[in-house]
Design a protein around this ligand. Structure first.
Ligand SMILES: [Zn+2]
Length: 79
């Protein structure tokens, strides 16, 4: 039986973590890894994209998602 370890902090994963935040030990490590991964990906894909543009892109996608959610809620409250 192999022991799973968190890629971010190298801590041994508990069964609970394996079921919820695997392959990371916690939500915090998961987000930290995702953040650095996005950083590298955007840097490689387009070197002209600065942190401000990346932030605008993230905000735009979040706003879009929030708008869709609001519309859905409004439609459901009709009945
Ligand atoms: Zn961790």
């Amino acid at each position: 039986m192999s022991t799973a370890r968190c890629p971010t902090c190298k801590a041994t994963l508990l069964p609970l973590a394996l079921a919820t935040t695997a392959p990371f030990c916690s939500q915090r490590c998961k987000l930290a890894d995702l953040g650095s991964w996005l950083d590298g990906r955007y840097a490689i894909a387009d070197t002209t994209t600065g942190p401000e543009e990346l932030e605008a892109l993230l905000e735009a996608s979040l706003t879009e998602r929030a708008g869709q959610h609001a519309g859905k809620t409004r439609g459901r409250s009709r009945s």
